[in-house]
Ligand binder design. Structure first.
Ligand SMILES: [Zn+2]
Length: 103
């Protein structure tokens, strides 16, 4: 039987200690998705959590698409096409690969 995750709550954030990493999420929230609704990348930073809460997407998607058209984004009148999302995912995957190659 795997032992259950340990966690603590500090500054209204819940830190869950998994095997090799820590999940940080708002302590007061109900269960939230850990993935962006748009690009489906995992939400990693506080900015991601914040953007997800306010705009339903990660921070990168917010900067890329939501920031310049906040009103249309907020009432879900505008969303990127599947093709646009796939292009953006490809770009980010390449960036991630380049970053890890430099190590
Ligand atoms: Zn995203």
């Amino acid at each position: 039987m795997p032992k259950s995750d340990t966690y603590e709550i500090k500054n209204n954030l819940k830190y869950t200690y998994k095997d090799k990493f820590i999940v940080i999420e708002p302590a007061s929230s109900k269960k939230k998705s850990l993935f962006c609704n748009i690009c489906t990348f995992v939400l990693k930073t506080f900015d991601d959590m914040d953007s997800s809460e306010n705009f339903g997407c990660c921070h990168a998607c917010y900067l890329k698409w939501a920031e310049s058209r906040r009103a249309a984004w907020k009432n879900e009148k505008w969303r990127p096409s599947k093709e646009e999302i796939q292009q953006e995912r490809d770009i980010r995957n390449k960036l991630l690969q380049n970053l890890s190659l430099e190590d």
